[in-house]
Design a protein around this ligand. Structure first.
Ligand code: ADE
Length: 251
């Protein structure tokens, strides 16, 4: 997979793209990153990339020419997904991460000014993505979020292939709790079943705790899922346990 990043601040990416899972994925050739300063594609001597808005008002607007020229330079003949990072875009989630992870080539555009000339949205980009309902000073941090979540889904990027499959959101449920040694820490015990070595019981416990956590924290995720018979049975147990707790075992 190739990911080209168009930004006025390429230095912001060096730590993130060079470290940990992303750095290793690039080293292994699983992903190739391109960092392009689109100021280099400005048509002006001074490298101007923005201008005041037609109609007046405050703030600066990113001009179309440098971004069109930069995208055309990295796209070649192929038609990559060209993604504009902006708070008005489609809300980013694991489903969109999985969709983008299946692409061969992504181009991410990071702006830093008041806005983008509308012709960029209409005629250059294929997608607009927001990472949440808040406003960042620029698209770079948002692009890093997208890149991180997409690269870790590439085959071979994670040391343990299992871990992407059981992620929260991938399964539709939040992940179950995890424990490691020691079995007792400051008087707090690891659940007995995890020490039992009984695989079927451990799997059942994990599914149940995954359901409990989703029910407590993100009930709307459960409402969207098709529940197996086992899940329905476990949810019934959880609900009985909750009733028991709320009545203090009085009925
Ligand atoms: N640029 C500024 N805020 C943003 C957000 N929430 N998501 C994506 N890009 C942005």
């Amino acid at each position: 997979m190739r990911i080209d990043i168009l930004t006025l601040f390429p230095e912001m990416f060096s730590g993130v793209l060079g470290s940990s899972i992303l750095g290793k994925a690039a080293e292994k050739g699983i992903v190739q990153f391109g960092l392009i300063n689109f100021r280099d594609f400005s048509e002006s001597k001074h490298g101007t990339v923005d201008d005041t808005p037609y109609g007046g008002g405050g703030g600066m607007v990113l001009k179309p020419e440098p971004l069109f020229r930069a995208v055309e330079a990295v796209a070649g003949q192929a038609k990559p997904r060209v993604i504009l990072m902006c708070p008005q875009g489609r809300r980013y989630d694991q489903r969109l991460a999985e969709e983008l992870a299946a692409e061969q080539h992504l181009v991410l555009i990071c702006g830093h000014y008041e806005g983008y000339d509308e012709r960029i949205r209409q005629h250059l980009v294929t997608d607009e993505i927001s990472i949440g309902d808040y406003v960042l000073t620029g698209g770079e941090l948002a692009a890093m979020v997208v890149i991180d979540s997409v690269v870790r889904l590439q085959p071979g990027a994670l040391g343990n292939e299992q871990s992407a499959l059981t992620d929260s959101f991938t399964t539709g449920l939040l992940e179950h709790p995890h424990y490691t040694r020691p079995a007792e820490f400051r008087g707090w015990q690891v659940p007995e079943v995890l020490l039992s070595g009984h695989h079927a019981n451990i799997e059942r416990w994990r599914l149940k705790e995954s359901l409990r956590r989703t029910l407590e924290r993100r009930p709307e995720l459960l409402a969207q899922m098709e529940l197996t018979q086992e899940m329905q049975q476990l949810l019934a147990e959880i609900e009985a346990e909750r009733r028991e707790e709320s009545t203090g075992g009085q009925d």
